[in-house]
Write a protein that binds this ligand. Sequence first.
Ligand code: HEC
Length: 116
Amino acid sequence: MTAPLLLAACVDKADLPRPVAQGDPLEGLAVIRQSGCSVCHAVPGVAWPKGRSAGDLAGFGAKPLIAGRLPNQPEILMRWVIDAPSLDPDTAMPPFALTRDQARHVAAYLYSLDDQ
Ligand code: HEC
């Protein structure tokens, strides 16, 4: 099982963290609180709940891949946050009724989490 590691090693991380045009990280944190992301994920900046059924989002901005298999780029992350099953029908990450602007802010916040 070395293939995913090799793939990750090939991704250029030189331009991290990724800027999200017109994304506001603070708005993103507010959307994350309202949407209940932390029911499943531990999210830095959200004290409670700190869900453990999905991964801790600390350090997510420095990851080359989303969920270990999709390129971690703004457009793909926005689509993931709105409708992850459209990218992978088998994922346990549910879709959310978010606008593109809300997803853009969420992406901006997630990309600020690059400290791991
Ligand atoms: C019902 C539980 C649940 C909720 C609520 C949830 N997620 Fe997820 N999320 C998951 C699961 C499970 C995965 C792993 C998916 C996979 O590997 O297919 C995931 C994966 C992710 C990833 C990829 C993480 C990584 O390390 O690569 C991100 C980013 C993410 N979720 C963001 C969010 C955001 C933002 C919200 C709120 C809008 C949210 N999630 C709400 C279950 C949830």
